[in-house]
Design a protein around this ligand. Structure first.
Ligand code: NAD
Ligand code: UDP
Length: 338
């Protein structure tokens, strides 16, 4: 039975995707160096699905380790999540980002090619659109980056396009995620940031559960309806099913596609706070502070290409996002150590 390799398999988006793939009848193998995750996350996936996910501890930059994995398993496709993702950290440690994200992906592709595995789904990001002029954002919008994290994703988009152009046997889906939030409805797996969360939703959850006193809202003077930043939040289970659809698409279609995974609907920071506290009946104290450097006013997808190519669209709304995020946070106040 062919196996789908999930790099970064113990991470937030990969664990949710593993559930979708297992439920659709795929065999999966997770590979992770646990730099930002714990093996317990995959044990929880096993609990949800009634079977354990095989796991290899390895780094995608370790070519010899990848060689062993591809020799020992009958891998048919790779969903490549592994990478570092903190924007602020990337400006402080650019080399770590270029090494993990860019060099790691080049190593992975080299080993894949050597083993004749040429189907790849790649985790890109809406960050490649920079400060987009036109909303909603279509895939053919100009791309740019303002920090080493975004730059690493942009470089990889070019590298993968060159690779596919050099050898049409490659089938590649570049998925540009908007803002993934929420958790599996079981509350058993979810987002588990190390230290102070950078992202809005985990910060709101930690304030609501009493781990942090209040949320800092970064600016209320943007050119948006209420002045706070607007983003396209997408439930992580919708994002997960987008990966399943992308894999199924690649089984039918050669070439490279770059596709937005978003809902097409933007919500402001204040709308997110209100939804979280109203639906979950919990207080989320906040204070307006200065803008965060590098932030943009608004960012939301035109998700129509995903519907056209993959037959995929987001099914879950804001209520599901905030309810599921809260269930995970309440059941696991200290993440997987709870
Ligand atoms: P995550 O940190 O939870 O998952 C990434 C996983 O990769 C972690 O388990 C980490 O330990 C592992 N990893 C990192 N470097 C590795 C290496 N060199 N070798 C092996 N494993 C390694 O992050 P996530 O939110 O699940 O993100 C998954 C992917 O999606 C990343 O590539 C990220 O850049 C991208 N992405 C995430 C978001 C988001 O908001 N979460 C948005 C857009 C794109
Ligand atoms: N944000 C905020 N306070 C926080 C974290 C985020 O006000 O503690 C705002 C941020 O300015 C942006 C939105 O929430 O308008 C989403 O930020 P996040 O970092 O989650 O995603 P990104 O900016 O990468 O889209």
């Amino acid at each position: 039975m062919p196996v789908i390799l999930l790099t970064g398999g113990a991470g937030y988006i990969a664990t949710h995707t593993a559930i979708c793939l297992l439920e659709a009848g795929f065999e999966v193998l997770a590979l992770d160096n646990f730099s930002n995750s714990q093996p317990q996350a995959l044990e929880r996936v096993g609990q949800i699905c009634g079977r354990q996910v095989p796991l290899v501890k390895a780094d995608i930059r370790d070519e010899a380790a990848l060689e062993r994995v591809f020799s020992e398993h009958q891998i048919s496709a790779v969903v490549h999540f592994a990478g570092l993702k903190a924007v602020g950290e990337s400006t402080e440690q650019p080399l770590a980002y270029y090494d993990n994200n860019v060099a790691g992906t080049v190593t992975l592709c080299r080993v894949m090619a050597r083993h004749g595995v040429k189907q790849l789904v790649f985790s890109s990001s809406a960050t490649v659109y920079g400060d987009a002029r036109q909303m909603p954002i279509r895939e053919d919008a100009p791309r740019s980056a303002t920090n080493p994290y975004g730059q690493s994703k942009l470089m990889l988009e070019y590298i993968l396009a060159d690779l596919q152009a050099s050898d049409p046997a490659w089938r590649i889906a570049v998925l540009r995620y908007f803002n993934p939030v929420g958790a599996h409805p079981s509350g058993l797996i979810g987002e588990n940031p190390n230290g102070v969360p950078n992202n809005l939703m985990p910060f709101i959850s930690q304030v609501a559960v009493g781990k942090r006193a209040q949320l800092a809202v970064f600016g209320d003077d943007y050119a948006t309806a209420d002045g706070t930043g607007v983003r396209d939040y997408i439930h992580v289970m919708d994002l997960a099913s987008g990966h399943l659809k992308a894999l199924q698409y690649l089984q039918q279609q050669p070439g490279l596609v770059a596709v937005n995974l978003g809902t097409g609907r933007g919500y402001s920071v204040l709308e997110m706070i209100k939804a979280f506290s109203d639906i979950n009946q919990v207080a989320v104290p906040y204070q307006i502070v200065a803008r965060r450097p590098g932030d943009i006013a608004e960012c939301y997808a035109d998700p129509s290409l995903a519907l056209e190519l993959f037959g995929w669209k987001a099914e879950r709304g804001l209520e599901d996002m905030v309810r599921d995020a809260w269930r995970w946070q309440q059941q696991n106040p200290d993440g997987y150590c709870s």
